[in-house]
Design a protein around this ligand. Structure first.
Ligand SMILES: N[C@@H](CCC(=O)N[C@@H](CS)C(=O)NCC(=O)O)C(=O)O
Length: 219
C-alpha cells in the first residue's frame, strides 16, 4: 500500500515533506488539496486533520499531520541520517526543529497570511501584525545568522531535518517580504541548500510554479 501525502504544491509546509522524502528516497503518492479553494476544510478532509491544515500523511492506518512529525516518521522508517548521525546530534536536530516551529516559522506564516488574505485581494495589511512578525523574525534571524557564521548546516556537517524546517519560510520569501536579506550568513546558507540539495531546489520551483498560477488566476 502506498504512502499518501495530501497537500498543495504551493505550500512551504508540504515542501518540507516532499523535499525530505525525495532526499531519503521514500516513495510517496501525492494527493493534491487545493488550499485556495478551501479543500482542506471539506468534511472528508477534516476527518484526516480536524484543524483543516496540510500536509497530512496516510500510511495504512497511520494518519499524521504536522510536517515535522511526518518527517520524523519517514526518517525513522527510512533509518535516515536526516535525523542526525549521533544521539547527541539527534537531540540537537530536535531542539532546532521545535525552535523553528515556535520561534521562527510562525512569524513568516503571519506575513504569508497577511499577503494571501489581504495584499493578494487588494486590501491593506494589518500594520500591527506585520510589525510584530518582522521584529520577531529579526530577533530570531540575528541568532541564526551568528550560528551559521561558522557552519555549513544547522547541526553537524550535513543536511538534517533542522535545515529543512528552518529553511521553509524561504519558500514564500518573495511574497512575505520577510527581512532575511539583512542577514548575510542566513542568505548564504539558504543559497548553499539550493546549490547542494537538488530536492530543495526542485521543490522551490514547484512552489513558485503553483504560486505563479494562483496569482495569475486571481488576475
Ligand atoms: N504547523 C503546520 C502548519 C500547517 C499549515 O499551516 N499548512 C497550511 C499550508 S502551508 C495550510 O494547510 N493551510 C490551509 C488553511 O489554513 O486553510 C505544519 O508544520 O504542518
Amino acid at each position: 500500500m502506498s504512502i499518501k501525502l495530501y497537500g498543495d504544491p504551493g505550500s512551504g509546509s508540504l515542501r518540507r515533506v516532499t523535499a525530505a522524502a525525495a532526499i531519503m528516497g521514500v516513495d510517496i503518492e501525492r494527493i493534491n488539496v487545493d488550499l485556495f479553494k478551501g479543500e482542506s476544510h471539506t468534511p472528508e478532509f477534516l476527518k484526516l486533520n480536524p484543524h483543516g491544515l496540510t500536509p497530512v500523511l496516510q500510511d495504512g492506518n497511520a494518519v499524521i499531520w504536522e510536517a515535522s512529525a511526518i518527517n520524523l516518521y519517514l526518517a525513522e522508517k527510512a533509518n535516515s541520517n536526516l535525523l542526525g548521525r549521533t544521539s547527541a546530534q539527534k537531540f540537537e536536530v530536535l531542539q532546532w526543529m521545535f525552535w523553528s516551529g515556535e520561534q521562527w516559522r510562525v512569524f513568516s506564516t503571519f506575513l504569508f497570511n497577511e499577503w494571501a488574505g489581504k495584499t493578494l485581494m487588494g486590501k491593506p495589511p494589518t500594520d500591527a501584525v506585520v510589525e510584530l512578525a518582522m521584529s520577531n523574525i529579526r530577533n530570531a534571524a540575528k541568532v541564526l545568522d551568528a550560528h551559521l557564521a561558522t557552519r555549513k548546516f544547522i547541526v553537524g556537517e550535513d543536511l538534517t531535518l533542522a535545515d529543512i524546517d528552518i529553511a521553509a519560510p524561504f519558500s514564500q520569501y518573495q511574497r512575505t517580504g520577510a527581512p532575511f536579506d539583512e542577514f548575510p550568513n542566513l542568505m548564504a546558507w539558504q543559497q548553499r541548500l539550493l546549490d547542494t540539495v537538488p530536492a530543495w531546489a526542485a521543490t522551490r520551483d514547484e512552489v513558485e510554479t503553483r504560486m505563479g498560477g494562483v496569482v495569475d488566476a486571481l488576475g
